[in-house]
Design a protein around this ligand. Structure first.
Ligand SMILES: Nc1ncnc2c1ncn2[C@@H]1O[C@H](COP(=O)(O)OP(=O)(O)OP(=O)(O)O)[C@@H](O)[C@H]1O
Length: 416
C-alpha cells in the first residue's frame, strides 16, 4: 500500500481530501428504479418557475407557464429562422440532442436579424421537438436561465422563437464543438493541455452558477454540454434541467429524477434530493472521463465496468493504478504528479456523501494549481508519437470525419 494515497491531501490549500471512504455505490443499477417515480414532471416544472418568478420581477404569464422578461434576447419569427438556416437543410445540421436538432444559421452581427448565408455571423439554431411537454419545459428553462445569467463560461443565448408548436433557440456558435466530440468521437487523441484548459473553464462556469445570488443547480453537467469556442474556451450549454437552489442550506427535492446516465449523483438517484454538490459529483465524472478517455457510462463494456465511477473509483487512490487508467493517447503530455493530483480531486468530487465533496470554487483552485504543475512533460514519448503532439490538433465543427448526427444520449426521467 506504499503507493496508495490517503486523505487529507498535503498539497492542496483547500480542505478537499479529508474523507477517505471509497464506497462503491452503484448508481447504474439504482436509477432504473428511481425513474419510475410517480409524480408528474409538470408539477416539478411549475414549482421551478414559481421560484424563478419570486426572484425576478416583471415576468409575463403565458397560458402554459411563466416566461421571464428578457429584454436583451431577440424574438424571432419561425420564418426568419427558416431563412437563417436555409430551411433547416440537413447539410447545415451541427448536431442532435435528446430534444431536437441544432443547425448552423446566419444573422447580422449588429441587429441579429437573419442574413444571407455567408454574410454576418454564424449562430447555432436549436429546433426543439415541440410535441412533448418536456421539450417545452426545457425550452422555457433555457430562455429563463440564460436570459438572466451572463458569464464568459456560459454559452450565450441570443434569441428565441415560439410560434404555434415551433420552439427554437438561437445561440452564439461554438466552432470547436463539444468536449464529448473531442474525447470520444475522433481518432486523433485530444491533447492534455487543452483538456485541462477546458476543465478550468467549465469549473469557472459552474462555480459562477453555484455562487450566484440565488444558487443555480445545473443538473445536467456532462461532456456533451461543454461547448468550445475557437480558442477552446469552455462554455456550459443546455439549461433545460437547471433549477434554482433552495433558500438556506437545504436540498432541493425533485419529484422526478432527471439527468444523464453515468453522471447523476447517488443521493439524487436514490432520493431526488438535489444539491449544488450533485453538480460537483457530475464534474468529478467528467474529470474521470478526461483522465481515462472513457465514457461515463458504456453498456458495451464488460459486466461491472459499465459505470466508469463504479469501475474505476478504487483505482484512483493508488498511484501505480492511476498511471494504468490514464488515457494512453496522451502519454508523455503530463507528469505523474499531475495524474495523481487529478486522481485526488476526482475522488473527492465523487465522494458518495454530498457534504464531503468540495465546492466548485475549490475544485477550480485545485485545477489551476494542477495546470501550473504540468511544466515538464515527458518529451521522449511526445517525440515518439509526433501525431499526438498538441500542435497537430485541428478541428472544425461539422467538418468531414466528425460525426454530425448521433443517437440521443442516455438521458432518463424524461418523456421524449
Ligand atoms: N452553440 C452551439 N454551437 C455549435 N454547436 C452546437 C451548439 N449547441 C449545440 N451544438 C451541437 O449540437 C449538438 C446537440 O446539442 P444539444 O444541446 O441539443 O444536445 P446534447 O447536449 O448533446 O444532448 P441532450 O440535450 O440530449 O443532453 C451538440 O453536441 C453540439 O455538437
Amino acid at each position: 500500500m506504499g503507493h496508495c494515497f490517503s486523505y487529507p491531501s498535503s498539497t492542496s490549500k483547500t480542505d478537499l481530501h479529508n474523507n477517505g471512504t471509497t464506497n462503491n455505490l452503484s448508481n447504474g443499477t439504482k436509477f432504473s428504479s428511481t425513474t419510475a417515480t410517480t409524480t408528474s414532471s409538470s408539477i416539478e416544472r411549475r414549482s421551478q418557475f414559481s421560484e424563478a418568478a419570486s426572484d425576478t420581477s416583471g415576468g409575463t404569464m403565458s397560458h402554459s407557464g411563466l416566461l421571464l422578461e428578457t429584454p436583451h434576447l431577440k424574438v424571432y419569427s419561425f420564418m426568419e429562422l427558416k431563412t437563417a438556416t436555409k430551411n433547416f437543410k440537413p447539410d447545415s445540421m451541427l448536431g442532435q440532442g435528446g430534444f431536437g436538432k441544432v443547425y448552423r444559421g446566419w444573422v447580422d452581427t449588429k441587429t441579429l436579424a437573419p442574413s444571407k448565408v455567408g454574410s454576418g455571423m454564424i449562430v447555432a439554431v436549436k429546433r426543439l421537438n415541440s410535441d412533448s411537454f418536456q421539450g417545452f419545459a426545457e425550452w422555457r428553462s433555457e430562455v429563463n436561465f440564460l436570459g438572466m445569467l451572463s458569464h464568459p463560461n456560459l454559452v450565450k443565448l441570443l434569441g428565441y422563437c415560439r410560434e404555434d408548436k415551433e420552439l427554437l433557440l438561437v445561440y452564439e456558435f461554438m466552432p470547436k464543438g463539444s468536449l464529448e466530440t473531442h474525447l470520444f468521437r475522433r481518432n486523433e487523441s485530444f491533447p492534455w493541455d487543452l483538456r485541462i484548459k477546458i476543465l478550468i473553464g467549465a469549473a469557472r462556469g459552474l462555480a459562477y452558477l453555484h455562487g450566484s445570488q440565488r444558487e443555480v443547480i445545473y443538473r445536467d453537467f456532462k461532456a456533451s454540454n461543454i461547448l468550445l469556442d475557437s480558442k477552446y474556451d469552455a462554455k456550459i450549454s443546455d439549461f433545460g434541467l437547471a433549477k434554482l437552489g433552495p433558500s438556506q442550506e437545504k436540498s432541493h427535492v425533485t419529484t422526478r429524477v432527471m439527468g444523464t446516465q453515468g453522471y447523476a449523483a447517488p443521493e439524487y438517484m436514490a432520493t431526488g434530493h438535489l444539491y449544488v454538490k450533485s453538480d460537483v459529483y457530475a464534474f468529478g465524472v467528467v474529470l474521470l472521463e478526461v483522465m481515462t478517455g472513457l465514457r461515463a457510462h458504456d453498456p458495451r463494456r464488460p459486466n461491472g465496468q459499465e459505470s466508469l465511477v463504479d469501475w474505476l473509483r478504487p483505482e484512483l487512490s493508488c498511484k501505480y493504478k492511476v498511471k494504468r487508467i490514464m488515457d494512453q493517447g496522451i502519454k508523455g503530455q503530463y507528469t505523474s504528479k499531475v495524474a495523481n493530483e487529478m486522481a485526488r480531486i476526482t475522488l473527492s468530487c465523487i465522494e458518495p456523501e454530498p457534504k464531503n465533496r468540495p465546492h466548485m470554487k475549490e475544485v477550480l483552485d485545485v485545477l489551476e494549481q494542477i495546470r501550473k504543475l504540468n511544466v515538464v512533460p515527458d518529451t521522449k514519448s511526445a517525440v515518439a508519437s509526433p501525431s499526438r503532439s498538441p500542435h497537430h490538433y485541428h478541428y472544425r465543427a461539422g467538418a468531414a470525419g466528425v460525426e454530425r448526427k448521433r443517437a440521443p444520449p442516455g438521458r432518463f426521467g424524461v418523456g421524449k
